[in-house]
Ligand binder design. Structure first.
Ligand code: RUQ
Ligand code: CUA
Length: 674
């Protein structure tokens, strides 16, 4: 290992850069073309004085220069981060680390009117609830966002994310950054191995987590081995309609181990899926009864079992009727999965967490929380071992491939390795939870042409603050990693920020990984005061092509067509049919039409409102406070909400977005006669 020590350039060198930029700026801006020495010298002295006054080191100054994005300029990359048990998605610009948006997904979000009356959002939340007549679920535990891919790289069209708590997957369109669908898994209690997509997004992977009877029925823990099961679901994604289609999806029954993270194969491993598992001990807990607690019960064996799933073959089996139906979902029974040769296991180091497929698809990297190494399996070796066919079997009859025959390398990195991402230059990056560090290592044979002496070895390590979970690199899980930036998603912040009470933010740390070897520079700490984020993906901003305004006035964001309830200016009206009242309203700067809505107590009100604006950023909101209604009206959008006028009285409805100088005048009266 050639450890090159990197010395931060002295402040003067950095300031020389500032000076040069200043000279160029002044030169190009002035007619005469002659620089203004006084001004630029002044700039240098100012910057030096500021650095001195604020006690900034040369490294601080370079970090500031690398992250600062001036007003009016845009970030190069966009990070989509899970919002953890806040149930949302954060959209963050990079390298500025500015929060651009929080997308309401599983959790209602009032600014966007998500879950506060807008029938589209209410329907998504309702359909996403397992027993909607009993209760609508209004939160989720998001872990893993997955950008849609074409040919194994992000295409900027859709985002998927799992809800571990309720075994659900959500679909978000990146045309309007709105959640379009939430699907509850009909046979699972919880999920952790989702969302991950296959290289062309034909399938969205949802791996389970804690084993339970797939039927959802009761079974005592004494029948764990017989009645409890794991599962993986392959959701078919229809890109045309932008929805997961349950009728074309299927699941595979798995032994009652706890399946953990998954990843889709790509290129060399295209058509395969990999999932970790833990609790292959099938520990049942019950510390209060004198049993081993889960924490030690599930960590007794030296190895757990990497699940290697032949997706291509599973699809054939599912399409040729090799499934049974369970709660409306097609399921390939475990014995069929075994007999059809679509499920294999390989021993993997104790308590594995992340399983990550390298950009060429050749290597499958497993990090075991209780093993200081990452273990790298070769797809060529896996296929050969399956071909040879001399298997061991687990107690459910699943063939187990030999560890030594399928492992191509193990690299010692440090304590608590969790997740791995990749760079464009043969580097891999692994988060080390216990070490609070990110390690950089070389993927031996993978990039023989890029490295003189391809090795499997660690080449650098950088401390992070503190207790890193996931890490993410720009396009770092695709066939085309960009490198450049890495974000450490740290669970603990401890002393990094002002104390805001005992509940602390998490800490996203931006790290510059553009230089080789052990040169990695910490650039920025971003507190995340909503939590708790798990995984995030970083996409080049130029791949996103969202709408500025909806394509046409009267747009229904859910059907992606003109709403039958679209209302155009001059057509506003209130229609009564018995005690059903239908309102067709428009909004434009700065009025609602109509401004008086007179109804009677007991009326059932269906209220359609169209924002007829075509100007970028001309948003209106409408609040009807008595009924817990708040709607966001984006330019062109038609929204419907409903309520029953239970109480007589005078209510005002008003616009909640500061849309114009006369925004405060944008209101109306809702008069409910007794
Ligand atoms: S995760 S604990 Cu390390 Cu992806 Cu969910
Ligand atoms: Cu419209 Cu304020």
């Amino acid at each position: 290992m050639k450890a090159k020590r990197w010395f931060s350039p002295p402040v003067t060198a950095v300031l020389a850069l500032v000076l040069m930029v200043g000279v160029i700026f002044f030169t190009s801006c002035r007619d005469g073309g002659d620089a203004a020495p006084a001004a630029t010298t002044g700039l240098t002295q100012d910057a030096q004085a500021i650095a001195n006054e604020r006690g900034l080191s040369p490294a601080d100054v370079t970090a500031a220069l690398k992250t600062y994005v001036p007003s009016g300029q845009h970030d190069d990359y966009i990070m989509f981060s899970s919002g953890g048990h806040a149930g949302q998605v954060f959209v963050i610009g990079m390298p500025s680390m500015r929060l651009l948006k929080t997308i309401g997904v599983f959790t209602p979000e009032p600014w966007q009117g998500w879950g506060y009356g807008d029938m589209n959002s209410m329907n998504v939340l309702r359909e996403g609830s397992r027993n909607p007549d009993e209760h609508i679920i209004t939160w989720g535990d998001t872990h893993h966002p997955a950008l849609s891919e074409t040919d194994g790289d992000y295409d900027g069209e859709y985002l998927f994310i799992n809800d571990k708590a309720h075994a659900r997957i959500a679909v978000i369109s990146l045309k309007d950054f709105k959640t379009k669908q939430i699907v509850p898994n009909p046979i699972a209690l919880s999920n952790h191995g989702g969302a991950f997509v296959t290289p062309n997004t034909e399938w969205v992977i949802e791996g389970g987590h804690y084993a339970a009877p797939l039927s959802g029925d009761y079974a005592p823990l004494s029948e764990y081995e017989a009645q409890y099961r794991g599962m993986i679901t392959l959701w078919k994604f229809d890109r045309e309609i932008g929805r997961l289609v349950q009728d074309d999806s299927f699941a595979i029954e798995l032994p009652p181990y706890w399946q953990d993270l998954c990843d889709a194969g790509k290129l060399a491993s295209d058509g395969w899926v990999f999932c970790n598992s833990f609790n292959t001990e099938m520990a049942k807990g019950g510390v209060e009864k004198g049993n081993l607690p889960f924490e030690s019960g599930v960590s007794q064996y030296d190895t757990d079992l990497l699940h290697v799933i032949h997706l291509e073959r599973a699809v054939e089996v599912a399409q040729n009727g090799g499934t049974v139906e369970m709660n409306g979902l097609s399921v390939i029974p475990l014995e069929t999965a075994i007999s059809e040769g679509l499920l294999y296991f390989i021993p993997e180091p104790k308590s594995p967490h992340g399983v990550d497929v390298s950009p060429t698809g050749e290597y499958i990297v497993v990090a075991g929380k209780l093993d200081p190494h990452v273990t790298i399996y070769g797809m060529t070796e896996i296929k050969e071992a399956i071909e040879r066919g001399n298997f061991d079997y687990d107690e459910f009859g699943v063939p187990i491939l030999d560890f030594d025959e399928t492992v191509v390398a193990r690299v010692e990195l440090g304590l608590g390795p969790l997740h791995t991402q990749f760079g464009p230059d043969g580097y891999a990056y692994t988060s080390l939870f216990l070490d609070s560090a990110v390690s950089r290592w070389t993927l031996g044979g993978a990039y023989a042409d890029l490295n003189d002496d391809p090795e499997w070895e660690m080449v650098g390590k950088i401390s992070v603050h503190y207790n890193i979970g996931h890490l993410t690199v720009a396009h770092g899980d695709t066939v085309n990693p960009h490198g450049k930036y890495l974000v450490a998603l740290n669970k603990w912040a401890v002393d990094r920020f002002q104390n805001v009470g005992p509940l602390l933010p998490q800490n996203f740390q931006l790290i510059d990984i553009s230089q080789p070897g052990d040169q990695m520079q910490l650039l920025y700490d971003m507190p995340i005061g909503v939590g708790e984020p798990h995984y995030a993906q970083i996409i080049s901003a130029d791949l996103l092509d969202p709408w500025e305004v909806y394509p046409e006035v009267g747009w229904d964001a859910q059907t992606n067509t003109i709403s039958p309830n679209a209302t155009f200016q001059g057509e506003e009206r209130i229609v009564r049919d018995g005690n059903n009242v239908e309102i067709f309203m428009t909004s434009v700067r700065s009025r609602f039409v109509p401004e008086h809505v007179e109804i009677r107590q007991g009326d059932k009100v269906t209220w359609h409102i169209t924002n007829v604006e075509r100007a970028y950023d001309a948003i209106h909101g409408i609040a009807v406070p008595e009924y817990n209604i708040h709607i966001s009206l984006e330019p062109g959008e038609t929204v419907t909400f409903e309520f029953e006028a239970t109480r007589p009285g005078v209510f005002s409805y008003y616009c909640t977005e500061f849309c114009s100088a006369l925004h405060l005048e944008m209101k109306g009266y809702l008069l409910v006669q007794p």
